[in-house]
Design a protein around this ligand. Structure first.
Ligand code: ADP
Ligand code: ZN
Length: 745
């Protein structure tokens, strides 16, 4: 790096000060300390932990006044220099403090330094093989125990005491002599807590690519070999088009070039089904980072990556910061997913940071989706990203047949409002007769969405949030889906004492109970976050479904993504309108994505799939384009709206949030904050608010927001960052900035 001998270190300390302090590097540590080293520094009257983020020759302060770095933090690994730079970029781009950004680079278990490696004593032969063999031949009758141990060690390289003694048939008393005579040695070795204990994965080999896959792989190879000016490629492939096979073969290219790969998937897709495809192809070289890992396992996996013992990481959002030193490729699967946005500081979007990390480390990026975000499609249309399209399913399987059921018409014809239309009932029956499987999708859990008193109109609402409670029948309770609060469901109205309590609205729990009545002999399973509470319940439910032990699977978006079940020939979407009426400019985009993704679960086997979309707004464009499988049409129509309103991707979106327990204080603080801009020239940036957020109260905290959209936002961000970081601690009102917000709520 060239500057390792420099004598001044720039250090950030573990306090949210957002400041960089200069320290002298003691002579003994010159050349040892570099950007990314964790150090202990004197700070005020105490000592603090910190990160070195750079080195330099001279300080603005007189050298005599600078304090010296006290020492290194033992057992705290360094962060690579490119990652430290990425952290600095994040702190500027996402308007958060440097400390917050750098903290995101390391998993908690590694940062804390509390997790130590576990060690295991292994026994090795410590003399030439011939010597051991001679000993065994000559001394077998005089020292049988010693000989037995040597015989075992002759056949093994490194073995634990328990296994050694077991194989030698005893001989514990012989060990000390062998160690003392230096014929045998004992070595303490770090060993990994292997998260895949006892799990065997069948190995797969590359499939000959389809013509479309071959074309995409050709483009990827060009990109990897730097024959294109872009370093990012959008892989737009319909559901079942073989995107994963493209990822696998792209990773192979990267490994062949001596570099490493990161695969990001939404947490919900980190199922054995997905990860097995990577482990099946690359075996031990793959590390899987999922939320079920213990701190110890997480620590070990991080170390394995840091030491270069794995070449591929598959994980959710934070796996983006895997400490590879020769990173060659980052894949972001389902790149349109909102879960890539972190909802606490640093509020980064993993897809966008992936593109930035790729740029900084000379690595390529593949963004894959059946329904690309408008942001990525726009970047591809502009030529900023390369584009590869997989328009057909593998083996020319047909896209499912989509049919809209107009529920207004249904109500008139059948004389009442039903949850399952007559067509849906008929189609499910057909599947049951044929021994095929169905999926029923509703993106809302619980039994009903509201508990209403029919006498006085009372609606049970969460006391801490501005939304009604959802009723969960089986548990007999009301629960708030924002804060998680729960209370018993009242038998009578708490306001007027009336007994006429009505449950309105639909949730998956109610759908399940209705389905059980209509199809009494069917095996029905419900999958949502209420039923999937145990660590492996998700896997068990999916396994039951895969093996045909379930006929009808009912679920929320948990079942919308990435699952591959060849025997599913019907998907029913019961309230397709649900996501349309959110007060969010992305409501149409979400609906289009959700319908397309859910529909993609149908007909992945030999029988063509069918999708029934029940809706009250059949002519809505998002629904219509989804029915036509027309992404392009949806994209161009939706882009027109975004352009007119200056919403992403046609302008940047930044939301400043204010929240606190006292509404007056929150409002005042938001006004005060806004005044900070009175003399600031907004240029082409539009400002709305400050005003109450669409959800005015969550967990007892009132919420206000101020929305900025347009571009460029660079100068504005500098100003905002400064205001927010300086104001934050002054009152009991919290302020945070959400750059490239994915939710308007
Ligand atoms: P996607 O990720 O685009 O939804 P998948 O990668 O899951 O699609 O592929 C769908 C199915 O097609 C999988 O079972 C996969 O093994 C199979 N497949 C993918 N590519 C090929 C190929 N080139 N030849 C044969 N089968 C393939
Ligand atoms: Zn609540």
């Amino acid at each position: 790096m060239g500057n390792e001998g420099k004598k001044i270190a720039k250090v950030i300390v573990n306090l949210s000060l957002d400041r960089v302090f200069d320290y002298l590097v003691p002579a003994t540590l010159r050349g040892v300390i570099r950007a990314g080293t964790q150090v202990v520094v004197p700070f005020g009257h105490s000592q603090r932990n910190g990160f070195v983020i750079g080195l330099k020759d001279a300080s603005g302060y007189p050298e005599g006044k600078l304090k010296e770095i006290a020492g290194l933090r033992e057992s705290h690994p360094e962060v690579s220099e490119p990652l430290i730079r990425l952290g600095e970029w994040m702190s500027e781009y996402y308007c958060c403090s440097r400390e917050q950004a750098v903290r995101a680079l390391l998993p908690g278990a590694v940062r804390s330094g509390r997790q130590k490696r576990r060690t295991l004593d292994l026994y090795y032969l410590n003399c030439p093989v011939e010597e051991a063999q001679r000993f065994v031949l000559e001394k077998s009758s005089k020292s049988p125990a010693r000989c037995a141990i040597l015989k075992v060690l002759l056949g093994h390289h490194g073995i634990s005491k328990s296994v050694l003694l077991h194989e030698a048939g005893g001989g514990a008393s012989a060990l000390p002599w062998l160690l003392k005579s230096e014929m045998v040695e004992k070595v303490s070795e770090a060993f990994d807590r292997d998260p895949f204990r006892g799990v065997e994965v069948a190995r797969t080999s590359p499939q000959p690519p389809t013509p479309e896959q071959a074309c995409a792989l050709g483009q990827i190879e060009q990109m990897i070999d730097r024959k294109t000016k872009q370093h990012t490629l959008l892989l737009h492939g319909v559901t079942g088009s073989g995107k994963t096979e493209v990822y696998l073969q792209a990773i192979k290219m990267i490994l062949d070039r001596g570099r490493d790969a990161i695969v990001l998937v939404p947490e919900i897709s980190l199922t054995p089904q997905t990860t097995e495809r990577f482990r099946g192809r690359f075996g031990e070289m793959v590390s899987v980072l999922h939320s079920g890992l213990s701190d110890g396992e997480r620590y070990d996996e991080w170390m394995r990556i840091n030491n270069g013992r794995v070449r591929i990481v598959v994980g959710a959002r934070s796996a983006l910061f895997a400490p590879f030193k020769k990173l060659g490729l980052i894949i972001v699967d389902e790149e349109h997913e909102n879960s890539y946005k972190q909802d606490e500081a640093p509020r980064y979007h993993a897809r966008d940071v992936a593109v930035m990390r790729g740029l900084k480390e000379n690595a390529c990026v593949i963004l894959g989706s059946a329904t690309p975000s408008l942001e990525s499609a726009h970047n591809a249309a502009k030529g900023k990203y390369l584009l590869s399209v997989l328009s057909c399913r593998v083996d020319d399987k047909l896209m499912p047949e989509m049919e809209v059921v107009d529920m207004r018409q249904e109500a008139i014809e059948s004389g009442s409002v039903k949850v399952f239309s007559r067509l849906l009932v008929e189609e499910i029956h057909q599947r049951l007769v044929n021994g095929e499987q169905s999926i029923i999708f509703l993106n809302r859990r619980g039994y009903s969405t509201q508990l209403i008193c029919q006498s006085c109109g009372y609606v049970a609402r969460c006391v801490d949030c501005s939304i009604p409670y959802t009723f969960h029948k089986k548990r007999g309770c009301l629960s708030c889906h924002l804060c998680g609060a729960m209370r018993g469901a009242p038998e009578s109205c708490p306001e007027c004492g009336g007994k006429d309590i009505m449950y309105s609205g639909m949730g998956t729990e109610r759908i399940e109970s209705i389905a059980k009545k209509i199809f009494p002999s069917a095996r029905i399973c419900r999958m949502d976050s209420d039923t999937m509470t145990r660590r492996n319940s998700y896997e068990v439910a999916l396994d039951d479904f895969r093996c045909g032990r379930t006929d009808i699977l009912i679920g929320t978006q948990m079942i919308a993504k990435g699952l591959h079940f060849p025997n599913v020939t019907l998907v029913g979407i019961v309230f397709a309108d649900l996501s349309l009426h959110m007060p969010d400019f992305r409501a149409h985009e979400r609906t289009f994505q959700l319908l397309t993704q859910v529909a993609g679960r149908a007909g992945r086997g030999d029988v063509r799939g069918k999708v029934l979309i029940q809706t009250y707004t059949p002519y809505n464009v998002a629904i219509q384009f989804a029915v036509e499988h027309d992404y392009e049409g949806f994209f161009s129509q939706e882009m027109e709206i975004r352009k007119q309103l200056c919403y992403p991707p046609c302008g940047h979106l930044l939301i400043v949030h204010f929240h606190g327990a006292n509404e007056g204080e929150v409002a005042k603080s938001a006004e005060h904050f806004a005044e900070g801009f009175s003399s600031f020239s907004m240029g082409r940036v539009k400002v709305s608010g400050p005003g109450p957020a669409p959800v005015e109260k969550i967990k007892g905290k009132f919420r206000y927001q101020m929305i900025f959209r347009g571009h460029p936002l660079k100068d504005l961000k500098i100003k905002l960052r400064e205001l927010a970081l300086n104001l934050k601690k002054t009152k009991d009102v919290r302020i945070h900035i959400d750059v490239d917000a994915v939710s308007m709520m």
